[in-house]
Design a protein around this ligand. Sequence first.
Ligand SMILES: NC(=O)c1ccc[n+]([C@@H]2O[C@H](COP(=O)([O-])OP(=O)(O)OC[C@H]3O[C@@H](n4cnc5c(N)ncnc54)[C@H](OP(=O)(O)O)[C@@H]3O)[C@@H](O)[C@H]2O)c1
Length: 299
Amino acid sequence: VTERSTKSSILVVGADGTIGSALVSALRTTNQSVFETTRRKDGEIHSSRFFLDLANPTANWSLPANIAIAFILAAQTSTEYCRRYPRDSRLINVDNTVSLAEALVKRGARVVFLSSSQVFDGTISSVAANHPQSPKTEYGRQKAEAEVRLLSLNGGVQIVRVTKVLSKKTNLLQEWLTRLKAGEVIRPFSDMVLAPVSLSFLISVLVNLIESSEGLDAQLGSIIQVSPGEDVTYSVMAEYLAAGFGIPQELIRPMKVAESSIQYEWIPANTTLDASDLERVFGLSVPDVRSCINQLHLE
Ligand SMILES: NC(=O)c1ccc[n+]([C@@H]2O[C@H](COP(=O)([O-])OP(=O)(O)OC[C@H]3O[C@@H](n4cnc5c(N)ncnc54)[C@H](OP(=O)(O)O)[C@@H]3O)[C@@H](O)[C@H]2O)c1
């Protein structure tokens, strides 16, 4: 790993992703010095945007010096890819993520790592942050292992566990809306649940972390959870969506997962996490699911 010289800055690793690109956009509106990374060889590279591929040997990475806080948002996020290619995905999501965090912590950076409710098996709702991990998918196992190894890096890492992030660009919502507006029927699952968090809310949590003092960090602990209080089925979420646009509910015809041709690695009964620390420490309460859908500003 080689160093670049800069003043104290924020680093966003994985700036092309859903969360990374939104965080970089939010930070670019402030006066802070922001570095971002891409793994796209054909993408734009400039003084504050550099190449970093977590599939590459760590010796080839080039990191800015004087990073105050680094967000590791690059990951292989396809659960299907992780299931099919556990070795390749583990190198990215666990081994090289931990190596990168270790290098950053050694340079004095605070590291924020995004993890998932999939570190739990879904048997209970609103799971406490310190509940023992019990992942059921390869993606969840990788997140769980990364968490454990990152937390052993002497206090330099903060884990942010999130349920399901939705934005106006979320494919499923866009697809549903296009079809509903055309008067077509959609068939959401009535027996699969999610606990959505809007991308903009998650970004406000991450920005709060940058601004938080050391005293607040101590109150937060090393695992922060972001989740609404309740799960909803995909069909209820579709009803909320339709209601927001004045679309007739008759166009929503729920179906069971077993009626579809999709084979899931695992279907959790619950996905919510206990997010009470967010309210206690930052005064941030996670919007309920209906508000989350209404706040997405879908076109
Ligand atoms: N979205 C959610 O609902 C959710 C929920 C819980 C946790 N998380 C976690 O939050 C983080 C960000 O998620 P996201 O939704 O923004 O995911 P995303 O949209 O899939 O973005 C992931 C980013 O990682 C990059 N990437 C993939 N492999 C890489 C590699 N080998 N080296 C460097 N970069 C690589 C991708 O690059 P390309 O753009 O070039 O493909 C992409 O920009 C992930 O750790 C994810 O597990 C997300």
